[in-house]
Design a protein around this ligand. Structure first.
Ligand code: E4P
Length: 215
């Protein structure tokens, strides 16, 4: 499973990269709104920092606007994947962009039928938002499971990119289901490495080492 980092913060991207954990980046308008730097300058820096795919989202809501924006966004870097919202107009845009060789990530997916449409339109990635479903007492991972089944039934090439991840269990479940990618907030990366028995074990090893004969 590939790990993308879900942030527009360059310092977070650089730090996660040092752990060898960043195969790509996903951003969205809300993530850029948290940063102080001009979004385009920042997007260029992110594309230079990371070799893998960097998702940048359109803000238009008609196919015409989305396609125009997408053509501009891909000028930012060779690794740009254009994020398109899961709308009927979005599906039109995905189809046109695929014909132009532009990669797309269909975002804000909350149902398996939306994912089926995105795959048929030719999306490169589908982003089911598991955390936002869990937040409203739904079962986000059921959606991922259904998408994996549908895509497997028909051998769709669209990659399943599990998004809106809130905790390490989401990543475990996504990996067990065979999802292609998990896009992970920086804070959750840190939690992946933690286990209390690791900390207790290391403390004991270091204490015992003090007593080991050194000569
Ligand atoms: C995915 O590409 C989105 O940027 C992101 O995962 C949304 O997560 P949120 O629900 O925490 O905003």
């Amino acid at each position: 499973m590939k790990f993308f980092i879900d942030t527009a913060n360059l310092a977070e991207i650089r730090e996660a990269k040092e752990f060898g954990l960043v195969d790509g980046v996903t951003t969205n308008p809300s993530l850029f709104a948290k940063e102080s730097e001009n979004w385009r300058t920042l997007a260029e820096k992110i594309c230079q920092e990371i070799e893998g795919p960097v998702s940048l989202e359109v803000v238009g809501t008609t196919a015409k606007d989305m396609v125009q924006e997408a053509r501009e966004l891909v000028k930012i870097g060779p690794n740009v994947v254009v994020k398109i919202p899961m709308l009927l107009e979005g599906m039109k845009a995905v189809k046109i962009l695929k014909e132009e060789g532009i990669e797309t990530n269909v975002t804000l997916c909350f149902s398996p039928l939306q994912a089926l449409m995105a795959a048929k339109a030719g999306a490169s990635y589908i982003s089911p938002f598991v955390g936002r479903l869990d937040d409203m007492s739904s079962e986000g991972m059921e959606l991922v499971e259904q998408i994996m089944t549908i895509y497997g039934n028909y051998n769709f090439a669209t990659q399943v990119l599990v998004a809106s991840i809130r905790n390490p269990v989401h990543i475990l479940q996504a990996a067990l289901l065979g999802a292609d990618v998990a896009t992970v907030p920086f804070g959750v990366f840190g939690k992946l490495a933690k286990h209390p028995l690791t900390d207790i074990g290391l403390e004991k090893f270091l204490a015992d080492w003090e007593n080991a004969p050194k000569k």
